[in-house]
Write a protein that binds this ligand. Sequence first.
Ligand code: BTN
Length: 320
Amino acid sequence: MDGTLLLKLLEEAEGGFVSGEALSRRLGVSRTAVWKQIRKLEEEGYAIEAVPRLGYRLAGKPRRLSPLALEAALRTARFGRQARFYECVGSTQDILHEWAREGAPEGALVIAERQTSGRGRMGRSWVSPAGKGVWMSLLLRPELPLARAPQLPLLASVAIARGIKTATGLAVSVKWPNDLMLDGRKVCGVLLESSAENERLVYVVTGIGISANLDPEDFPEELKEKATSLKTASGRETDRIGLIAAVLEAFEELYDLYREKGFAPVRLMWEALAESLHRPVELRTPAGIVRGTARGLDDSGGLLVEREDGTIAPVYSILL
Ligand code: BTN
C-alpha cells in the first residue's frame, strides 16, 4: 500500500530524523513523491516533523486503527494480510462468517473500533467500547477432523498470551478453556465458532477480545471485580497496532508449529501458563457444571478433571 514502506522507514528511526534523500533512495521515488506520501500519512493522522537539512521525523501516531498502520507493523506471511477495518459493527464474528462463506483465505481478519452486539461464550455479551480494545476475528481453515476442534481454543489462548507478553511485557495466565487472566481478573476472551461438513472443520472464526486500554469505569458494575485491562494492570496505554501485530505473529507461528508437530507442544505451553492446575475448579461447560481438581490436558484438548471420588475424566469446552 502507498505509504506503508515510508511509514516503516520512519518507524525504524524510532523518533529520529531520516533525510529526504535517504527516503527517496530507499523508496526509489523522487523527493517530491516522498513529500506527497508524507502528506498522505499526515492525512491519516500521523504527526510528522519536517526540518530543513535533517529531514523527516515521526512525532506522533493516530490513535485509530488503520490498514496502513497494521501493514507497516505486520511481520506475518498470512495472518492479517487481508484485513477489513470497521468503525462500528454488531459483531466482527458475523462479518467474518459472511466473508468466509464468500471464500476469504486463511488469516483473513476483521477488526472494529466498536461492537454494539459483541458476543462471548455461553450466550454472554462482550463489552466492546470504541477505540479502547482489540475486537477482532481471525479466520482459520485447519482442515481437521471435528474431534480435534477442542484443541483450537487452547492453541488460540496460548498464542494470544505470547503475543501480549511480547507487546507489553505482561505475563498473562490462561484459564480453561480460553480466558486470559491478569492479577486474577479476565483481560481477554476468545470465542471460536466453526463450520463443519462430513465430520471435518471447514472454517473456524476465531473471535479475540482484548481489553487493552479500558478504564475500570468502562466495565459494567457486575464485571468490575472480575475484569481488568492491560492499561489497568500496567499503568500505561498499550499501542493497539503493536499488540495486534504481536498477537498475529505469535498465532501464525504457533499454528504452523501445530500443523507440523500436532497438539503436544501446545499442550505443554498451555499447562505452563495455566493458573488453576491442581486447584479445585468449578467449570461451566456446554454439558453443565463440573466440579473437581484440574490435572492437565489430554491429547484431544480436553481438561482432565479429578472428581471427588478420585476418578479422572476429560471435560470439553465444545459440544461435538
Ligand atoms: C468470551 O470470553 O466469552 C469470549 C469473548 C470474545 C469477544 C470477541 S471480541 C471480537 C469478537 N467478536 C465478538 O462478537 N466476540 C469476539
